[in-house]
Design a protein around this ligand. Structure first.
Ligand SMILES: Cc1cc2nc3c(=O)[nH]c(=O)nc-3n(C[C@H](O)[C@H](O)[C@H](O)COP(=O)(O)OP(=O)(O)OC[C@H]3O[C@@H](n4cnc5c(N)ncnc54)[C@H](O)[C@@H]3O)c2cc1C
Length: 375
């Protein structure tokens, strides 16, 4: 696919930022397990958080594909920062943009579009994420307020100093799931400590707890009882975005492994001159290329307003597997250095596993693809 001049220019600006601003410093944040608030703020100034959001609220209304291009470029260098953007936009801000009232959009979207604030999307619960329609968190209406009780876990962007809003699903009646916005600092909302994670160590992931947490009735996002349909729709978009991030990781691993294999010598010649290494590189190129085609196909269908759920599942499944395989082979090509945390491919190796788990596990993607085949 040939990018338009506007798309190519945006992708190139994000690549430049990733190379010059993120790459030199992210390893340090990662090792310390610290959220890179300054980097994320600077990224906001590039317009990355507003790409898909409406122009009247400070966004660019440029579509999912444009966001995906940015996520691939960021993911190529670091996926902690990329997932911060992905979760904030495709799940968080888009929940307001797609389903919120004008008043909710006016109130929250301008800061989210500018990357001054972040939005978290809280669906997963301690009792299970795959069966997301089963929501133990409850919300009841009392004196014009929603009173929320329950717990969510593994929530990205829940506790950063930039977090403006948490959009959470809750059961509001028998068989009825709804989506409700809760601002940090609301009494009865407790944001738990950061998890100690294997990967994505520079992203913010926390449990959250609601204990008689009261928010105004107007914080209901969209119609009461439509929460299930809303999060299915958001997850379709999120899967395409995660596929773009995964493609970036697959490509980044190839870039690093190719450069290393041309430089590193064994038995008097660069290791790239061994067919076993060259074939690994060829396979890595193949995976990055086909992963890119898959997410572009799904994003284009979404932007055309066509059904794209199956394409999203295919893209997410394929690109996450491409990232896992490329991270594994890149680590192999780096030899012992590949097992050292200072090496970027080691970070990718730790980060890639979660790509098979988030936005619906890869078992879920296979179920969706099988369902599209009528089985
Ligand atoms: C770093 C990180 C960030 C995250 N960020 C967010 C976030 O911002 N918001 C959010 O809401 N969630 C988030 N999650 C949660 C994530 O979406 C869930 O972990 C995921 O959906 C899986 O849910 P689970 O962990 O409860 O696993 P389970 O649902 O317990 O599944 C366990 C295993 O069983 C398999 N399984 C379950 N049911 C079936 C079935 N019917 N058929 C076949 N296999 C099945 C699954 O595929 C999986 O392999 C995040 C997770 C992580 C690790």
């Amino acid at each position: 696919m040939r990018l338009t001049p506007e798309q190519a220019e945006f992708a190139s600006a994000v690549r430049e930022f990733a190379e010059t601003e993120i790459k030199p410093v992210i390893g340090d944040y990662y090792e310390r397990g610290t959220f890179p608030v300054d980097l994320v703020r600077e990224l906001g100034k590039l317009g990355v958080f507003g790409v898909t959001l409406p122009e009247e609220y400070g966004g660019a209304d440029a579509g999912l594909l444009m966001l995906c291009l940015a996520l691939e470029e960021i993911g190529r260098v670091d996926s902690s920062v990329a997932v911060t953007v992905e979760a904030a936009v495709t799940l968080g801000a888009e929940a307001l943009s797609r389903f919120g009232t004008d008043e909710q959009r006016r109130r929250w979207l301008p800061r989210l579009a500018a990357g001054e604030g972040l939005c978290a999307f809280a669906l997963t619960e301690p009792s299970g994420g795959t069966d997301a329609g089963h929501t133990d968190t409850r919300a009841r209406l009392e004196d014009g307020q929603w009173v929320i009780d329950g717990a969510k876990c593994f929530i990205t962007n829940a506790g950063t100093e930039m977090t403006d809003l948490i959009v959470a699903t809750a059961t509001t009646g028998p068989g009825e799931v709804s989506t409700i916005a809760v601002e940090p600092g609301t009494p009865g909302l407790e944001i738990g400590p950061e998890y100690s994670k294997v990967g994505w160590r520079a992203s913010d992931t926390r449990p959250i707890y609601f204990d008689g947490c009261r928010v105004p009735e107007e914080n209901l996002i969209g119609e009461r009882g439509k929460g299930f349909a809303q999060f299915l729709d958001l997850l379709d978009h999120g899967r395409v975005a995660l596929a773009a991030l995964s493609t970036g990781m697959a490509q980044g691993c190839l870039d690093e492994a190719l450069a290393h294999s041309k430089e590193r010598e064994a038995f008097g010649k660069p290791i790239a001159e061994n067919q076993s290494i060259a074939f690994m590189l060829a396979d890595m190129r193949l995976r990055a290329h086909t992963a890119r085609l898959a997410y572009l196909d799904a994003a284009e269908a979404a932007d055309r307003g066509e059904p794209f759920g199956t394409e999203a599942a295919i893209a997410k499944l394929h690109a996450s597997q491409a990232a896992v395989e490329n991270a594994r082979e890149a680590t192999q090509i780096f030899g012992g250095y590949g097992f050292m945390n200072e090496t970027p491919v080691a970070r990718a190796w730790r980060d890639c596993k979660v790509l098979e788990i988030g936005e619906g596990t890869n078992e879920v993607q296979r179920m969706l693809i099988a369902r599209s085949l009528g089985v």
